[in-house]
Design a protein. Structure first.
Length: 152
């Protein structure tokens, strides 16, 4: 009594159906997908309470570019976008020159930009654990103003 597995006979019939796909069967497939998709959220609801705190913390704020800011300023002050972009790029260049000279730059209501010196120090390579010497460097630091801290 040798039995033949049912799995060998089943693939022959669906293969013939795939070759003769009509508009009616194509319309039925999305409906089947919708019912399968409708079942998936039910399974997610059990896991949703655990993931809810992470979802609120994972939102990233939108980034505003200098070009977007200059377009808003151009519209508000009756300038062309090109003129406004030139003003903002010139402002950035002038701030950079001042910082290179070692000066501080204060933006009233926002804060202060300044160059800080970082001394040389010993560090550790995390991959090997080997001690390495990190060279002295300079960095641009921004100290937020009291007004901005309180308003945010």
């Amino acid at each position: 009594m040798a039995r033949t597995p049912a799995a060998k006979k089943a693939p022959a019939k669906p293969a013939a159906k795939k070759a003769t796909t009509t508009a009616k069967t194509a319309a039925k497939k999305p409906a089947a997908a919708k019912t399968a998709a409708a079942k998936k959220p039910v399974a997610r609801k059990a896991a949703a309470p655990k993931a809810a705190p992470k979802a609120t913390a994972a939102k990233t704020p939108t980034t505003v570019t200098m070009r977007q800011l200059s377009a808003e300023m151009a519209e508000a002050h009756g300038l062309t976008k090109k003129q406004s972009e030139e003003i903002f790029s010139d402002l950035a260049d002038r701030i950079t020159k001042r910082l290179k000279k070692g000066e501080r730059f204060r933006l009233n209501g926002l804060g202060t930009l300044e160059v800080r010196k970082r001394p040389a120090r010993m560090g550790r390579n995390p991959a090997t654990g080997e001690s390495i010497k990190i060279k002295a460097s300079k960095k641009v630091a921004f100290r937020v103003s009291k007004e901005l801290k309180e308003s945010v």
